[in-house]
Design a protein around this ligand. Structure first.
Ligand SMILES: [Zn+2]
Length: 100
């Protein structure tokens, strides 16, 4: 599994959703039945300017992550939803209304 981080300048395109603190950038939103696939980058807290790639499957209306993947060490080690996945979910929830 890939635990490398991505530099901001290596992320192509402009985000669909950019969090107010600019640390979380959502690039892909795909509905899949009732679920939504979200792909995003979120900035590392320890290494500024470097981003983890985060993919989550989220069930709107619940707070549950159906599935997910993140390039951070924590997810790699524990295999449990990490803070980056939760951050991406929260940014999506916060900004969802603006997209509708
Ligand atoms: Zn993570």
């Amino acid at each position: 599994m890939d635990t490398r981080m991505t530099k901001l300048e290596d992320i192509l395109g402009s985000p669909i959703i950019l969090s107010r603190d600019k640390q979380t950038r959502i690039y892909g939103l795909n509905s899949k039945g009732r679920e939504i696939d979200i792909s995003a980058y979120t900035e590392s807290e320890s290494r500024k300017g470097y981003f983890h790639k985060v993919e989550i499957e989220y069930l709107p209306g619940s707070l549950h992550l159906v599935n997910g993947n993140c390039t951070c060490e924590s997810f790699h080690y524990f295999g449990m939803p990490c803070k980056h996945m939760l951050k991406v979910r929260n940014v999506y929830i916060k900004n969802k209304k603006k997209l509708d």
